[in-house]
Design a binder for this molecule. Sequence first.
Ligand SMILES: Nc1ncnc2c1ncn2[C@@H]1O[C@H](COP(=O)(O)OP(=O)(O)OP(=O)(O)O)[C@@H](O)[C@H]1O
Length: 589
Amino acid sequence: MEIFKRLQQFYWPDRHYLFGSLLFLVLSSAITVVYPIVLQLTIDQAVIRQNFSLVPILSLGFVLIMAVKGLSSYFSQYWGDMFGVSSVFRLREALYKKLQYLPYHYYDNAKTGDLMSRLTADVEGFRFFLSAGFTQLVNFVVLVGFSIVLMFYYSWELALVTLAMTPFLCVSVFRFDKRVHPAFRKIRLSLASMNTRVQENISGMSTIKSLGRENYEIGRFAKNNKTYRTRNLVTADIWAKYFPLMELIGDISVVLLLALGGYFVMSGRLDPGALVAFFSLVWYIMDPLMNLGFMINTFSQSKASGERLLQILDEQSDITSPDHPVQKECLSGNVAFRDVSLIYPNEKTAALSHVCFEAKSGNVIGLMGATGSGKTSITQLIGRFYDASCGEVLVDECPVKLYDLNCLRSNIGYVLQENFLFSSTIRDNIAYGKPEAALDEVIKAAKRAEADEFIQSLPNGYDTVLGERGMGLSGGQKQRISIARALLVNPSILILDDATSAVDMRTEGLIQKAFKELMKGRTTFIIAHRISSLQMADQILVLDHGRIKERGTHNELVRQGGIYRRIYDIQYKDRDLVKQQIVHEGRSR
Ligand SMILES: Nc1ncnc2c1ncn2[C@@H]1O[C@H](COP(=O)(O)OP(=O)(O)OP(=O)(O)O)[C@@H](O)[C@H]1O
């Protein structure tokens, strides 16, 4: 019950639908119990006592009552569905909102397929209980309650015999629930991992095909599919074992009642019509009791679903804006790291250790170092994708933790090695960070990113709809769209993380030119492996295992003769070799 209590905020605002549905449900259940009474009157009063004038009155009354029952069922069903549908609408929105604001590190371990299955199958499981399961449970209580009262009215002895059998039924229903609940939880888990497998497979199709791993993937999916099948079969086995048992208990009580009731009729203690009515009432108790398994089943499923939904809702958002945040429309872009160290969540070793540097507004900072040396981590701390484990990151002399998160991030533009493009138009993709931008502004940004020419050459120009993740464009084209996107936001701090690695030398040259223009007056962090991309930086930081090993301008670092010099020698030796080859080929022609 705890789970339902905690999810109350999502369904309680729609309680008027629930109460309306319940009201009509009680009415319809009460009318159901009238049926055996009509049957008893017809047999005992009209047939046995040969009072046939009662038949038309009873028939008409019966039709009227059934018409009211039909209407009641309609309202009870419709409002029950309204209750479920409206409640999960709210729940789905809350889940989606939570996913937007969960910290970046949540997604380090989260699996897309699993999240998808929570937002679809689990939400649906919960809805089903709200729409139908809950009213069925109430129906059970009402129907069984009315039936028992009427049974005692007809024959208290037979009613006691019926009640004596119910504990057996209740015990088996209880044991059924105990086994079926964990079974359903396992089914949900394996469905989620199967979804993850499918999602990963589709996303990574080009890698799978290029490495010829189709059969391997088929094998992996078969494993998931098998587990899912096995778990469903285990659940089916539980159902198959318990349902005949419950039915057997129901049948035994019917046989007992038949023997005792028959004896009562023969000895004149009970009218035949009352016995017939009693049998109808027995099934009004036995049927819902046997059905209790199914109801408990939907209850268990929705409990398991509710648990999984609460796991998302309970997730802590530790990277949030403070209560009284610093709001600044436009930052000037001074960035300072004071003795900053970073250990990623669930990691033991530090990704950054005692990093100190200062970037004045408008400075260009080059970040260089081997892969895994901590370059990206530095840039992620500026935008608070992660918080420093110790030390302080400051923007405009104010700790980043004190800023309103949106205000801070809207002042930072990111151009990454692989930027995400949405499956919408090129115009929408460029204007993603500034949706109100006019087409003129979008085109201007695209021109500065050297993207306008190729966009104009597409049949639908800026209205071209991109495939998923920008399918249909080359790596360089996707990159230029992302650069235009960053340009449009007009950030004070610009982060170029391996931003030109996916474009050819000619395009790189053009983009570098655009960057130079763009970087004016902005603090820019350039992460690059090519010295040519960094040499104009005001300061270059050379990282090694999360520590700054060297710092200075290009000329200073070349003179120092350290790591930077070694990289310079390697890259420029190759370049000189190529130059010599070109000159040699020119001469021999
Ligand atoms: N989200 C994360 N969770 C745990 N560890 C991480 C995470 N991101 C990076 N790391 C680790 O932190 C260290 C620094 O990573 P970072 O991405 O900053 O390096 P990098 O210099 O940018 O590398 P590259 O040039 O390959 O992009 C690495 O050891 C990496 O494995």
